[in-house]
Design a protein around this ligand. Structure first.
Ligand SMILES: Cc1ncc(COP(=O)(O)O)c(C=O)c1O
Length: 392
């Protein structure tokens, strides 16, 4: 009996669409639902900080001041202007007309797919890559085509992408710093992708939600050519406000207008008081981020050292985001290994959740305390040691 039949059996008026049926429930959510209380959670992808008090005061004040109504579809002008100014740090002239505020990065990504992908259009996605890209393309009727990342540094493989571009290719999704790999795209790779996209009349959707979480090198934004890119970002990670559901997309004005047209039908407008909260936090954004990064860098160093000391585990040191993505040599599917670890009190995410090339890896989020990272690594070391017969 299929999923549809079960639903129809219990409540005959419920028939999920073929579109919805074609995509799975999130594997990560399923893992979290099964977690036992007290487990060390290195699965969750959100900073363990609270947003700066300016943001919280701004949000509360906006509610008290009566800003509890619908706002403009593309977001309040003051925040669009503030995001434009904030984005100039990448050396590109951005204006309010180039910015649309969205209810989070995920909403921006799906709205973009709904706005520009036709049935049968191919969209190239990274493998391994953030797990919404594939279903978002499919929900728009498109065909996701995975492109590989190089072994050193998890860079998009330019030659492979060139081979995959065909007559039905519409767009390429890139993500740097990456979830799950922690890889950061080099300037050369960024330029090569932009060149390919311009040559073939395609566009890039660049997911830059971790752009402030860089520990080595620098972020090379795709803001450099807004006629061929839509840059997605969010305040979820940079303001440690994942629950606020607030993000944005930047592109040329015409593209932004089209996304706004779709956003109107999907959500009417982003959350009004939250936008005022973020606006109040913009002046302290840099100092807030500067307070978080050294903490994350230290955690990255701790987890990298621990993982690399485990026999059979190998890892390219993550340069950005807050994930470690080691490979292992135990010949067991990552979903099974994650279940085993969960049984011992450690939650992580199987690499296979991020695409076929993620198999043979585990993803650990280090957006948590050093103590929890150490305890989690103790469990990993113990379980792996037992499986390899080097520990009891
Ligand atoms: C790579 C990447 N893009 C987008 C998002 C979604 O961001 P938001 O929480 O703003 O929807 C996430 C969330 O984990 C992510 O890891």
């Amino acid at each position: 009996m299929g999923k549809l039949d079960i639903a129809a059996d219990r409540c005959p008026w419920v028939h999920s669409s073929e579109r919805l049926d074609s995509v799975p429930f999130s594997g990560i959510r399923k893992m979290f639902d099964m977690a036992t209380p007290g487990a060390i959670n290195l699965g969750i992808g959100e900073p363990d900080f609270q947003p700066p008090h300016e943001a919280i005061d701004g949000l509360c004040q906006a509610c008290r001041d009566g800003m509890n109504k619908y706002g403009p579809t593309n977001g309040i002008l003051q925040l669009r202007e503030a995001v434009a100014v904030y984005s100039k740090r990448y050396g590109k002239e951005v204006e309010a007309k180039n910015v649309i505020i969205t209810p989070g990065g995920t909403a921006a990504l799906i709205t973009i797919m709904q706005s520009f992908v036709n049935p049968g259009d191919e969209v190239l996605i990274p493998d391994p890559g953030f797990l919404v890209y594939r279903p978002h393309v499919m929900l728009a009727g498109g065909v996701p085509i995975e492109y590989p990342l190089t072994e050193e540094g998890f860079q998009p493989d330019i030659d492979a992408i060139a081979e995959l571009i065909g007559p039905r290719t519409k767009a390429i999704i890139v993500n740097s710093p990456s979830n799950p790999t922690g890889g950061v795209i080099s300037k050369g790779v960024r330029n090569a992708i932009m060149e390919m996209v311009a040559d073939h009349g395609l566009f890039v959707v660049s997911d830059e939600v971790y752009d402030r979480f860089i520990y080595e090198g620098e972020h090379h934004s795709f803001l450099c050519d807004l006629d061929h890119s839509i840059v997605v970002n969010a305040f979820s990670k940079s303001l440690a406000a994942t629950g606020w559901r607030i993000g944005y997309a930047i592109s040329n004005a015409e593209t932004v207008d089209q996304i706004g047209k779709m956003q109107y039908h999907m959500t009417a407008c982003p959350n009004t008081p939250v936008q005022f909260g973020v606006l109040k936090a913009m002046p302290v954004m840099e100092s807030f981020i500067s307070s978080m990064i050294p903490v994350f860098r230290k955690r990255r160093d701790i987890i990298s050292k621990r993982i690399r000391a485990i026999e059979g585990f190998e890892m390219v040191p993550p340069q950005g985001s807050f994930y470690a993505f080691p490979s292992y040599d135990m010949g067991i599917p990552s979903a099974d290994l994650s279940m085993r670890l969960m049984g011992e009190g450690l939650i992580c995410t199987p690499g296979s959740s991020f695409g076929p090339a993620g198999e043979g890896h585990l993803r650990f989020s280090y957006a948590t305390t050093e103590d929890k990272i150490e305890k989690g690594m103790d469990i990993l070391e113990r379980v792996v040691g037992r499986m390899k017969g080097t520990r009891r």
